[in-house]
Write a protein that binds this ligand. Structure first.
Ligand code: J76
Length: 283
């Protein structure tokens, strides 16, 4: 059977804050899967490369062109918003978030998107060759859309970035960053009892830590049956760029014996980690 398709979505994020009529800042960052190759601070006129492989397979000249495009965009965007604010009701502060990116799919297909949120709510997106308002966007966004859609040059640039540049950039990054992107680190697991949930009850905790990449499946089991009361905690980062996940089960003290915790992770292949709860343990 064919190898399961590993996907590395590329997402660029822009965060723009307009505190009042004169104070504003725009920061940018980009992710490929769970790794961050780029940062762009408001104070800087250049996109920062955070990984040795961030250049991908683009030439210096291609990067200069992209850099220039984004520098022009950042100042034009800020000027545009100052103009739009005059049309919109409401007042400062304003928060605008723009996110865009692409993902390579099997058979050389790629999928792209670009959308923007205003005060935390989706308001518009780029669809095909033009701007469109989001389903429940305030009516005044239509005015913004009308203005944006009159700029053919910008629409062509956005289409070029989304459908030509983005997939080509990702194709390069998948080559130059291959070893870090495909990194596999095995989890360790251990059992503890947590704070007792009540008289005669135990909180069993299966700690799973040190794994990479992030997707993992952890279940409390009785024999081959998954325990329905299993509760996944939050996946949290370790300091060494691996992940940690606690998984708990609330049981009566008499039912703890015979339970086990099973961990499935890509780094383990078919070799699941299985730890048995010791019914005789003290704590
Ligand atoms: C996210 C990537 C977008 C890249 C766009 C690059 C194109 C660009 O910078 N356009 C601006 C300059 O356009 C002039 O110069 C171009 C050549 O450099 C062309 O010749 C073009 O024809 C010419 O007009 C242009 O000023 C754009 O309007 C910049 C801003 C575009 C934009 O994203 N606007 C935007 C986004 C979100 C506006 C509002 C929102 C959210 C709504 C918030 C409600 C207040």
């Amino acid at each position: 059977s064919p190898a399961p398709h590993k996907s590395f979505p590329f997402r660029g994020l822009q965060i723009s804050s307009f505190a009042n009529r004169s104070w504003t800042r725009t920061d940018g960052l980009a992710w490929l899967g769970e790794l961050q190759p780029y940062t762009w601070r408001n104070e800087s006129n250049t996109i920062g490369f955070l990984k040795p492989w961030s250049r991908g397979t683009f030439s210096d000249q291609q990067w200069e062109q992209l850099q220039h495009t984004f520098l022009v965009y950042r100042s034009s965007f800020t000027r545009d918003i100052w103009e739009f604010v005059k049309m919109l009701p409401g007042d400062y502060p304003l928060e605008i978030q723009v996110s865009g990116g692409c993902e390579l799919l099997p058979r050389n297909i790629s999928e792209s998107f670009l959308r923007a949120a205003f005060q935390g709510k989706d308001v518009l997106s780029f669809q095909g060759m033009s701007w469109a308002s989001a389903p429940d966007a305030p009516p005044l966004i239509e005015e913004v859309i009308k203005v944006l859609n009159q700029d053919q040059g910008t629409k062509e640039t956005v289409h070029w970035l989304l459908h030509d540049i983005c997939p080509e950039l990702v194709r390069g990054l998948l080559q130059t960053g291959k070893s870090e992107l495909e990194k596999q680190v095995k989890p360790e697991a251990w059992l503890c009892s947590g704070h007792s949930p009540g008289p005669g009850r135990l909180l069993l905790v299966c700690h799973v830590s040190g794994f990479y990449p992030k997707p993992v499946r952890v279940m409390w089991m009785r024999g081959e049956q998954e325990e329905p009361g299993t509760r996944q905690g939050d996946v949290m980062p370790n300091a060494d760029s691996t992940w940690y996940l606690p998984v708990t089960l609330n049981v009566s003290a008499g039912e703890a014996a015979g339970l086990s915790c099973r961990v499935k992770h890509s780094s383990l292949g078919d070799q699941n980690i299985i730890l048995y709860w010791d019914g005789n343990r003290v704590s």
